[in-house]
Design a protein around this ligand. Structure first.
Ligand code: TYM
Length: 334
């Protein structure tokens, strides 16, 4: 029996956060790589869609790959690679740009939010920020992925990928598998601790409410203890009216198990909840940080994993992308 094909990725635009870990990476390591045929990717080309420093992107790409391994991705079980090492992604992205419409791209929430942020800065909005979902769809479709495990914020992009795959198949013949997004049951959207109405995002300028995977334990404690909580004093779980508390309860549930609504009843005050959350996060991050320190001492190992991963990923995607070229009417090279 063939195993379900899975693809997902992280973008090296900043240091990885607790949101990335609980919303995506942990599930890849604990569940997906064991039960599926999974590919995980450091999607470095996506990091060029906003104003970037080349040296930083390079550094963050290696760090992201190292952190994925430290989080438990096992190259014996899954394929880990860097997007720019496999040309099929950009080859296919162009065909998908020729399948999608301008209006579809402009409707993407992430585009609207990021374009507004970029406009507020000095630099213009890069065209690639608009076409980003076509590249993301190519990432997924090139590998024939059936499932795409992501946090909430990426679901709209996966939905668009489904639309593009169906449209292509209907118009040019069946080339693509139509994928679906899968999400964790809790912590699919970890919010910023200082502003619980905003997603905890790795590229946000104000870092006080963002827990990074490599934050020292005392930094984690300080950030959690300073989390914005809502007025009132009783600990209840209600995402609408008590977003700050709900976020802390979801993080706790993701770290220790249980349901946020049940955990709420265990705390008499905000203070004890925060202390418990802080220690739970420190404990979840501890093994990841220890393993990251070991792996960082051996960059040759990480490079070797990425080289093998790219070779495997290239082989698998070539057939699909070549078929898409032919289906769209491009003359095969003799
Ligand atoms: P990125 O790098 O922003 O995030 C990587 C993964 O982490 C999830 N995530 C979160 N989950 C819960 N709470 C949060 N605060 C939080 N922040 C991030 C994201 O949903 C994602 O699953 N466009 C993608 C990268 C990408 C991709 C792909 C993903 C490119 N090609 C193909 C899947 C398949 C992105 O920017 O993820």
């Amino acid at each position: 029996m063939t195993r379900t094909r899975v693809f997902s990725g992280v973008k090296p635009t900043g240091h990885l956060t607790l949101g990335n870990y609980l919303g995506a990476i942990r599930g890849w390591a604990e569940v997906d790589q064991h039960r599926t045929d999974a590919l995980f990717c450091v999607v470095d080309l996506h990091a060029l869609t906003v104003d970037h420093d080349p040296a930083r992107v390079r550094r963050l790409s290696r760090q992201a790959a190292t952190l994925l391994l430290a989080s438990g991705l096992d190259p014996e079980l899954c394929t880990l690679f860097v997007q720019s090492h496999v040309d099929e992604h950009t080859r296919l992205a162009y065909l998908l740009e020729c399948t999608a419409t301008d209006g579809e791209m402009r409707r993407m929430i992430q585009y609207k939010e990021k374009a507004a942020r970029e406009r507020a800065g000095q630099s213009g909005v890069r065209l690639s920020l608009l076409t980003y979902p076509a590249l993301m769809a190519a990432d997924i479709l090139a590998h024939g992925a059936e499932e795409v495990p992501v946090g909430d914020d990426q679901v709209q992009h996966v939905e668009l990928t489904r639309v593009l795959a169906r449209r292509f198949n209907d118009r040019y013949g069946r080339v693509f598998t139509v994928p679906r997004a899968t999400r964790p049951t809790v912590a699919a959207r970890v919010m910023d601790l200082r502003d619980p109405t905003t997603k905890m995002g790795k590229s946000h300028a104000d870092t006080a409410g963002i827990v990074y995977l490599l934050d020292e334990p005392d930094t984690v404690r300080r950030k959690v203890m300073r989390a914005v909580t809502d007025s009132g004093s009783e600990v209840v779980y209600d995402r609408e009216t008590r977003p700050g508390l709900a976020n802390l309860l979801e993080v706790l549930a993701a770290c220790t198990g249980g349901r946020p609504e049940d955990l709420a009843g265990e705390f008499a005050s905000y203070g004890t909840l925060k202390k418990t959350v802080a220690e739970a996060v420190v404990e979840v991050l501890r093994p990841v940080q220890e393993r990251h320190a070991e792996l960082s001492a051996d960059p040759g190992y990480v490079d070797g994993v990425l080289k093998d991963g790219a070779e495997r990923a290239r082989g698998r995607s070539r057939t699909v992308v070549d078929a898409a070229y032919r289906a769209m009417g491009l003359l095969p090279a003799a």
